[in-house]
Design a protein around this ligand. Structure first.
Ligand SMILES: [Zn+2]
Length: 311
């Protein structure tokens, strides 16, 4: 039995995952607000409480667990398992494995990974990857894929044969900060025209306001495009052009079997229209036709992926 913990800026979730006759099943789960403004000590206390709650729900004792996997919203140093950066700064430099094994008196393994890696891993092994593998007559562990988060920011996870690549410094899959236009909008990372500045919900809202002089949420822009409003239609066209470029770069760089999109913007059907056809025509290796999917696990991908960090 494995316990997954998905810690986000706004909510945290814990779930227990068990394998029954070769299939992974979620036995118990619970979600609480993170309330990061209260600081690390109080968030950590609620995290420990959350772990006991799911264990109790399932009638499991901590010693029954093979391990605890944790997804955090930032890059993780693979040696120290500590978060290096990210928008929820209270976790930076905290040694969660040491704290939790001490406070829970837990001797099993505790692994920490970037939340986008957890998303990509869950979708690769238990989400769209499972269906894709079945269609090919293989198992998900044989496939290579990219999980792409199009949310408040843009992030990603690279899955190679069933494992998330972390890189020697924890920076593998930081695809949101690959540049699409050196003259593009300023990014918080210090560069200009990163994929995130065009393709994240927030990025889209900013360039839409600059270009069309109106402040709208990304969702409102897509809604208006559906009602054939001229400016919104043009904005969706612009979004698609950047997404084409970005997706094509990812395919040429990693040669995946499939890509899977997550995050708020991935819920918009308009972003998928014609995407595969346009991208397939332009891949560097002829006839490379990776499928591009919307995620199937929804909100649960993070917590399931965290549990899957434990082998
Ligand atoms: Zn950037």
């Amino acid at each position: 039995m494995r316990l997954g913990l998905d810690i986000g800026g706004t909510k945290m979730e814990a779930a227990i995952l068990a394998t029954h006759s070769g299939r992974d099943e979620v036995l118990a789960r619970e979600r609480v607000p993170t309330q990061r403004e209260e600081g690390f000590a109080s968030v950590y206390k609620r995290m420990v409480q959350l772990i006991s709650t799911v264990l109790n729900q399932n009638g499991t004792s901590i010693s029954d667990l093979d391990g605890i996997g944790i997804g955090l919203p930032g890059a993780i140093n693979p040696q120290t398992q500590q978060m290096l950066n990210g928008n929820t700064a209270i976790f930076v430099g905290q040694d969660l494995p040491a704290l939790l094994s001490h406070d829970l008196e837990f001797s099993g393994s505790i692994a920490v990974a970037n939340d986008a890696n957890c998303f990509a891993l869950a979708e690769a092994l238990l989400g769209v990857g499972l269906r894709h593998a079945q269609e090919l007559g293989t198992t998900p562990e044989h496939l290579t894929s990219i999980g792409v988060i199009l949310g408040t920011g843009v992030g990603g996870g690279l899955i190679y044969k069933g494992r998330a690549l972390e890189g020697p410094h924890g920076g593998a899959g930081e695809i949101g900060h690959t540049q699409l236009d050196p003259g593009g909008p300023k990014c918080f990372c210090g560069r200009q025209g990163c994929a995130e500045t065009f393709l994240s919900g927030k990025g889209m809202e900013t360039w839409y306001a600059d270009r069309f002089g109106e402040k709208l949420f990304a969702m409102q822009i897509f809604d208006r495009a559906e009602m054939l409003e001229k400016k919104a239609l043009e904005a969706v066209q612009i979004y698609r052009r950047y997404l084409d470029q970005f997706t094509l770069n990812l395919i040429n760089f990693f040669d995946p079997d499939f890509l899977v999109f997550g995050g708020g913007v991935s819920l918009q059907p308009a972003i998928y229209q014609g995407l595969e056809e346009r991208v397939w025509k332009q891949t560097f290796i002829p006839d490379t036709r990776p499928r591009i999917y919307q995620n199937t696990l929804g909100d649960s991908a993070g917590v399931i992926g965290a549990a899957l960090l434990i082998p």
